[in-house]
Design a protein around this ligand. Structure first.
Ligand SMILES: [Zn+2]
Length: 181
């Protein structure tokens, strides 16, 4: 499963790279379609962070300002992003909700706390991610849990308080932190 996800991600970035290199939207079209075909073959959904940038109708990878327009709209307190594909004209709404948390569950961990445990470097790294993404998924190394003599919950709470972030969920050896604006 992870292999297929990696492959979709690889194709996505490769196609985007080739587009910027050769300025041909063909790469975006083929790349997007290829990602969809991997998803169909493996019966896996295209991950949200990639799907948002792929046109639902024509399958092209969407690059803002190149073959798509992105506008943020606000309606009764909810914000959504309207993405329009300039290739086929199809537009879709991406709604922002605390749903980002759900999304991050599907995604592999952003950061691993390795056997060296919690140190300044790792805290800084998580802090940077929180600044950018607001929600970060962290995996704790099994050996570190064993050697620390602490429960996963304690470790997760410690990290969340060090970073002034909300501990949203603990599942297995991973936990999710969220920083409110
Ligand atoms: Zn399209």
């Amino acid at each position: 499963m992870r292999l297929a996800y990696n492959e979709m991600e690889r194709v996505f970035y490769k196609a985007t790279f080739l587009f910027f290199e050769y300025r041909s939207v063909d790469f975006l079209r083929y790349g997007g379609r290829y990602i969809k075909s991997i998803a169909q073959k493996t019966n896996l959904p295209v991950r949200d962070d990639l799907k948002h940038f792929i046109c639902k109708r024509c399958g092209a990878i969407l690059i803002p300002g190149v073959n798509s327009s992105y506008r943020i709209h606000s309606k009764s307190g909810n914000s959504y992003l309207k993405v329009k594909c300039l290739n086929c004209g199809y537009s879709k709404k991406i709604i922002f909700k605390p749903r980002d948390v759900v999304k991050s569950k599907m995604v592999r961990a952003d950061i691993n706390i390795g056997k060296n445990g919690i140190n300044e470097r790792i805290i800084k790294e998580i802090d940077t991610r929180l600044k950018v993404k607001k929600v970060v998924k962290i995996r704790i190394n099994k050996n570190f849990i064993e050697s620390s003599g602490e429960e996963r919950e304690e470790i997760a709470k410690k990290v969340s308080s060090l970073l002034n972030a909300e501990l949203v969920e603990i599942r297995g050896n991973t936990f999710i932190l969220k920083r409110n604006l």
